[in-house]
Ligand binder design. Structure first.
Ligand code: DOR
Ligand code: ZN
Length: 427
């Protein structure tokens, strides 16, 4: 089986490739690219006017399986990934049961093999049951297929335990993904502390609840020399802290999510629980700092923190609603919006959505080169569409972007040479 992507703009920042040409896929691998790739193929897709890039990698999603299959499954979550242009996702361990053992990791990988439409890389827990008391068997988790450890959803409150976790994880070269939050300071909070929060009569979460914890986690990274990745950076103070730690030589990286780049606390204005997540949407000034951090490279990559919840958890009083928004099917469109606004160029978009996440977790992918597995995303940057949650592949609908017009989207997604998503012609 061979597939020829014809006449697209081949764009791969990792190899420096940026030219119009063809990309040939044979037996699941990239067989050739550039003007000379043109060869007969079983199927030809015209990519004129499109970008042909390495497949996107999202290193922070929640697939909810096992345990909450009514919100998402490995099959539905990876279908959402493919629809959004992603060929690989790393899934967080806060499932039921928690992914703190070989058997849960193996179950997730088995579900991915059976019905997955993207590569799935499980993230194992740092502490057993995410309880913050006992470390997991990280050697076993790594052997079973985990690519990192995290207690995402909650911080490891004990600095002593987190230090030990970093030292232990280093021994297996596993990155530690930190959910950085000072629980004493955020306790009871429903949204970012500020004028909107006061007006709505909700309890606030100051940005310092994140910054204090980010500073601690970065300090522990310096102390231990471990590879540390800060999840969902949402505010100016965290961006400054990460920049400083990098200057000091810490082996740290960080991510932000599309909602922190495009929304702010004022958008919660109507108690819409689709704007409730943790960390919360911050001030407009924080949003600007996060945008600049992504453009400058202090923020290494984009991750969606795709966090599906059903109406049961979202169509309730604001203070009762669970935290989280889905993001796999809107991330690219929102990033293209930022390119239109002049914040990023296309190479940086590909870097933050593909090459950087691959590098951070040490995953294959993120490069277009002969012989590499054919994980490819074809983007039509000028194909405006309207976000209609009913049309999502995800089982959940909790997006803050319903109704938003976005400039473009993934036309075709190819994972290991297999077409995992193809946009139907406009009706
Ligand atoms: O908003 C969030 N949702 N933040 C988290 O840290 C966890 C996530 C979830 O699992 O729903
Ligand atoms: Zn998360």
């Amino acid at each position: 089986m061979s597939l020829l992507l014809k006449n697209g703009r081949l764009l791969c920042p990792a190899t420096g490739l940026d030219q119009v040409g063809d990309l040939l896929i044979r037996e699941g691998r990239i067989a050739g690219l550039g003007p000379e790739a043109a060869a007969p193929a079983d199927e030809v897709i015209d990519c004129s006017g499109c970008l042909v890039t390495p497949g996107f990698i999202d290193l922070h999603v929640h697939l909810r399986e096992p345990g909450h299959e009514y919100k998402e499954t490995v099959a539905s979550g990876t279908a959402a990934a493919a629809a959004g242009g992603f060929t690989a996702v790393a899934c967080m361990p806060n499932t039921v049961p928690v992914n703190d053992s070989r058997s849960v990791t193996e179950f997730i990988l088995e579900q991915a093999r059976r019905g997955g439409r993207a590569r799935v890389y499980p993230v194992g827990a740092i502490t057993q049951g995410l309880e913050g008391r006992l470390l997991t068997e990280m050697a076993e988790l790594k052997e079973a297929g985990c690519v990192a450890v995290s207690d995402d959803g909650r911080p490891v409150a004990s600095s002593r335990l987190l230090r030990r976790a970093m030292e232990y994880a280093s021994g297996f070269d596993l990155p530690v993904i930190c959910h950085s939050e000072d629980l004493a300071l955020s306790a009871g909070g429903q949204m970012h502390e500020g004028p909107t929060c006061t007006r709505l009569g909700l309890e606030g979460i100051p940005a310092q609840a994140e910054v204090i914890a980010v500073e601690r986690d970065l300090n522990l990274a310096l102390l231990t020399g471990a590879r540390v990745h800060i999840a969902h950076v949402s505010c100016a103070g965290s961006v400054e802290a990460v920049a400083r730690a990098k200057d000091q030589g810490a082996r740290v990286s960080c991510e932000t999510a599309p909602h922190y780049l495009t929304l702010c606390d004022q958008d919660v204005g109507h108690y819409d629980t689709n704007f409730k997540m943790n960390p919360p949407l911050r001030s407009a000034a924080d949003r600007e700092a996060v945008r600049q951090g992504l453009a400058s490279g202090v923020i290494d990559c984009l991750a969606t923190d795709h966090a599906p919840h059903s109406v049961l958890e979202k169509e309730v009083e604001f203070d009762q609603a669970q935290n989280g928004v889905i993001g796999l099917e809107t991330a690219l469109g929102l990033m293209l919006e930022m390119v239109e606004q002049g914040l990023l160029d296309y190479p940086r978009l590909v870097e933050v959505m593909s090459a950087a996440p691959a590098r951070i977790l040490g995953l294959p992918g993120g490069r277009l080169e002969p012989g590499a597995p054919a994980d490819v995303t074809v983007i039509d940057p000028q194909r405006p569409w309207r976000v209609e949650p009913e049309a999502f592949q995800s089982l959940s609908r909790n997006t803050p972007f319903a109704g938003r017009r976005l400039p473009g989207r993934a036309l075709v997604t190819i994972c290991a040479g297999r077409i995992t998503h193809r946009l139907e012609e406009d009706r």
